[in-house]
Design a protein around this ligand. Structure first.
Ligand code: ZN
Ligand code: ZN
Length: 524
């Protein structure tokens, strides 16, 4: 099972105790290289930072707590921990934990408040149900309330709680998602640039996350270099949302025009309206959200031109700018699950990324050599957006492709300083068909252990189909491969069904118009 297993992304607010229980629920395998555990620890910090930035404090708490648990509770048990080469990294990880513990304490009251608000909402809903039942009992012939009872019985706990953010199905709102991502990435760029120019400390950036609705005239200079926040960014990101001042907000926006200086509450539709959308008793209970999609058609029946959904006729998809929605006002709910039931956040993939990658791989492909690239991304509105294609230093043959150790280090350093999550990898099969070899499965397991949503894209230009997006099943794929200690190129695995398609109706959605940066580290 994965280190970054999470059960609750996008669902009801948990208590601190519940968050801690989930944070502690991961498997630590001491036979796995310490270096990869230290990397996993760094990814947890990035996850936490992104969740905090995304306004999801409970998940930020979960990841920081899990980081602390890993570094303080588990790593000291690792057989390699005394090796001199890991000394500095381990010491700095422990220092970060010490600082994070203070942060966790500071977050507690807000998480508790949010949880209590949720509990009260559920209680109110239950009381209302009881009232309707009582009324009905009082007058058996009273038919009016039966509709009410039916309606109330459909309201799950999470629906009773009105989240301030509008919850949407990512696959049904691809254009909105792309618009929000472009807007949000641009906003972050502006923040980084103005932070550097004005010398504003990074915590101010973190504190400013919510509420700014920014119009961006254009997105054309997207490829500009991203400023890096120097130093120990985690140390300085103490939550300061409560003490921000309008003046503090204003001075940061030198590149864009804030439409509004104050927090704009998202327009949450009325309860009646929300429930009339598409909730039906036949829906699987797993879809815990009232804007849940209708049951998915069988695999294969999807195509790019989905017919308009009559039930949503009242909510046509409109660009973010037109609705003035910002990423802070929307949350995309996970709509795919692992075989074990863990929700998978939606991964948005730029459709042009494959072609770019194939062009970069072309000279290798001609020589019958594999090429690999790393897919990196960020978290926006609880969905993952692949924003970077990184070609790390690598060695390859006709059937293999491995990042070099320096390549790996450069990659993870780059991700660290740019707040990027490693969302999987892409590689070519110059002569073979489109599948995951046993060796590929091992490579993928390394990414999925850090991020359950991580994917493997295979490009097989000479084959039909010539590409595919996969993930290991969990179970049986991920635990089986993690438990396999063979290293051969095409060694057999006992289990079948080790991997599966990840493209819709899986958790991967192509986002037309989504931009990405390419970083070729092979020449660095
Ligand atoms: Zn392969
Ligand atoms: Zn194996």
């Amino acid at each position: 099972m994965a280190l970054s297993r999470h059960h609750t992304a996008g669902s009801a607010p948990m208590s601190v105790l519940e968050i801690i229980q989930q944070a502690e629920d991961f498997d630590f395998d001491p036979t796995r290289d310490l270096r990869s555990w230290l990397r996993a620890a760094r990814m947890l910090l990035t996850e936490a930072a992104l969740c905090e930035q995304d306004g999801n404090l409970q998940m930020a708490y979960l990841y920081l707590y899990r980081h602390a648990e890993l570094v303080v509770g588990k790593l000291p048990l690792h057989p390699q921990i005394k090796e001199p080469m890991f000394k500095a990294d381990f010491a700095s990880a422990r220092k970060i934990v010490a600082k994070n513990l203070m942060k966790l304490e500071q977050w507690k009251p807000r998480i508790t408040m949010e949880h209590q608000r949720y509990v009260k909402a559920v209680e109110r809903r239950n009381a209302e149900r009881q009232r309707v039942r009582d009324e009905r009992r009082d007058d058996e012939h009273e038919r009016i309330s039966s509709g009410d009872l039916h309606r109330l019985s459909l309201v799950g706990d999470e629906e009773a709680y009105q989240d301030l953010r509008e919850t949407l199905n990512a696959a049904d709102h691809r254009q909105l998602a792309v618009d929000l991502a472009r807007q949000e990435l641009r906003r972050r760029d502006v923040n980084r640039q103005s932070t550097r120019q004005a010398g504003i400390s990074p915590h101010t950036v973190a504190s400013r996350r919510q509420g700014m609705v920014l119009t961006t005239p254009d997105d054309e200079d997207q490829g500009g270099s991203r400023g890096q926040v120097a130093g120990s960014r985690y140390d300085e990101r103490l939550p300061r949302r409560d003490d921000r001042r309008p003046t503090e907000l204003r001075q940061d926006f030198t590149y864009g025009t804030p439409v509004s200086q104050s927090y704009q509450y998202p327009s949450v539709p009325h309860k009646e309206q929300r429930m009339s959308w598409d909730r039906s008793p036949a829906q699987p209970s797993r879809y815990t959200d009232n804007s849940a999609a209708p049951p998915l058609p069988a695999k294969g029946s999807f195509n790019e031109q989905l017919p308009p959904r009559p039930a949503k006729a009242g909510r046509p998809e409109v660009p973010a700018a037109a609705t003035q929605r910002s990423a802070a006002q929307v949350t995309f709910k996970p709509n795919a699950y692992t075989e074990g039931g863990t929700p998978l956040r939606t991964v948005f993939l730029p459709p042009t990324l494959r072609t770019t990658f194939l062009n970069l791989a072309h000279s290798n492909t001609l020589r019958n050599l594999e090429t690999c690239g790393i897919l990196c991304g960020t978290l926006i509105s609880n969905a993952l957006f692949i924003s970077h294609l990184i070609i790390p230093g690598q060695t390859s043959t006709s059937d293999t492709c491995d990042t070099t150790e320096e390549g790996d280090n450069a990659l993870f350093d780059y991700c660290d300083s740019n707040d990027l999550l490693v969302c999987g990898w892409i590689h070519t099969h110059p002569s073979q068909s489109c599948f995951l070899s046993s060796r590929d499965l091992h490579t993928s397991s390394g990414y999925q252990i850090m991020l359950p949503e991580a994917i493997a894209i295979v490009c097989a230009p000479r084959s039909n189909p010539d590409w595919g997006i996969f993930r290991l099943t969990d179970p049986p794929g991920l635990p089986a491969v993690l438990g396999c200690h063979q290293r051969g190129l095409f060694h057999p695995h006992d289990e079948s069904n080790l991997y599966t398609d990840a493209l819709r109706p899986g958790h991967v959605v192509e986002g037309p118009g989504l931009k990405f940066e390419t970083v070729d580290m092979r020449t660095m």
